[in-house]
Design a protein around this ligand. Structure first.
Ligand SMILES: Cc1cc2nc3c(=O)[nH]c(=O)nc-3n(C[C@H](O)[C@H](O)[C@H](O)COP(=O)(O)OP(=O)(O)OC[C@H]3O[C@@H](n4cnc5c(N)ncnc54)[C@H](O)[C@@H]3O)c2cc1C
Length: 289
């Protein structure tokens, strides 16, 4: 079985910062395992600007930031296309294109990030057409595959990430019909609703909940409950945004497992996750002495 001093699971800002810091501290037996074919994490498909200041004192788009993080770890052992399936007694079960292998590690850093709650977990009724997706999937379509999945979607949720979804829509000329929020005000701080309406031309409906989705191949309409009244809204897609849940499926309580980035605590900026990765690396380096 292969043996490493440190295995980092997840090649996003937290994981790559940790790899860089460990190398700088002289820890050489370090491997990053990333399930995607390219490292960089969520920023890879966030085409808008707003990344890099806290870590590199630059303002980049997400893909530019991801590229900078990859440059930072050039020459280090970063294995993409490697999905960690489980962890037990300091051993990681890893799937790559050749099959399943095991790697033993003295220390494991879990930097697997977070994900938006999918439609399936939100108790939304109706049919299952293709054009229902979360912000991450929308951004992957738009920024990575240059594909416009709909023209007039409904946005569900008003977190900061929901505004990121509006920016992505604008990028390819998608015009959301509205943004809906179950609560009395937007989750993003004031003046979120004004920004959505006045800057982006998207009405924000509070006290509104998505009940059902209609349509076979593509969404044709949705039914919402708005202020106690049922309304049918014509639209051709639904973007379910936010309600982040940490990617904790690998979490085991064990002294050799450390967490960094969005896999724990509240959702943070990429710079904050980068810093957490760096700090965790420092602790790991000390513990190996
Ligand atoms: C739509 C959107 C817009 C955003 N906009 C901004 C912004 O403008 N500015 C900003 O600073 N932040 C922004 N953020 C937040 C920022 O992207 C995150 O805070 C940051 O990416 C978190 O870093 P991380 O390393 O913790 O996790 P992630 O970036 O999520 O990286 C985790 C990595 O772990 C990998 N992974 C997960 N499970 C496994 C496994 N089992 N095996 C192997 N690999 C695995 C994933 O593939 C992923 O690459 C945005 C986030 C979203 C969703």
């Amino acid at each position: 079985m292969e043996r490493r001093d440190v295995v980092i699971v997840g090649g996003g800002p937290a994981g790559l910062a940790a790899a860089r810091r460990l190398a700088d501290l002289g820890v050489v037996s370090v491997t990053v395992l990333e399930r995607e074919q390219e490292a960089g994490g969520i920023p890879r498909h966030c085409g808008h600007a707003g990344f890099g200041w806290e870590s590199h004192r630059r303002i980049w788009t997400g893909p530019e930031y991801a590229a900078a993080l990859r440059r930072d770890v050039e020459g280090l052992d970063v294995r993409t296309g490697h999905t960690v399936l489980g962890i037990g007694d300091g051993v990681l079960r890893v799937q790559n294109r050749d099959g399943i292998v095991e790697i033993a590690a003295k220390q494991i850093l879990l930097a697997t990030g977070t994900r938006e709650t999918p439609r399936s977990a939100r108790l939304i009724g109706g049919s299952r057409p293709k054009s229902v997706m979360n912000t991450g999937a929308l951004q992957a379509h738009v920024y990575m595959h240059n594909y416009k999945p709909f023209g007039r979607p409904l946005i569900v949720g008003t977190e900061l990430v929901s505004f990121s979804a509006i920016l992505t829509c604008r990028h390819v000329g998608i015009r959301p019909v509205a943004m809906i929020e179950e609560n009395a005000s937007t989750t993003a701080p004031w003046p979120g609703d004004l920004v959505a309406r006045l800057v982006f031309g998207v009405p924000v409906w509070t006290h509104s909940r998505l009940l059902t989705i209609e349509g076979r191949e593509q969404v044709e309409a949705v039914e919402i409950l708005r202020g106690g009244r049922r309304m049918r809204i014509a639209c051709d897609g639904v973007i379910v945004t936010g309600l982040f849940v940490p990617e904790t499926s690998l979490l085991v309580t064990s002294p050799e497992v450390v967490l960094a980035g969005n896999v724990h605590g509240a959702v943070k900026t990429s710079g904050r996750c980068w810093r957490e990765g760096s700090v965790a690396a420092q602790k790991i380096a000390w513990s190996l002495k």
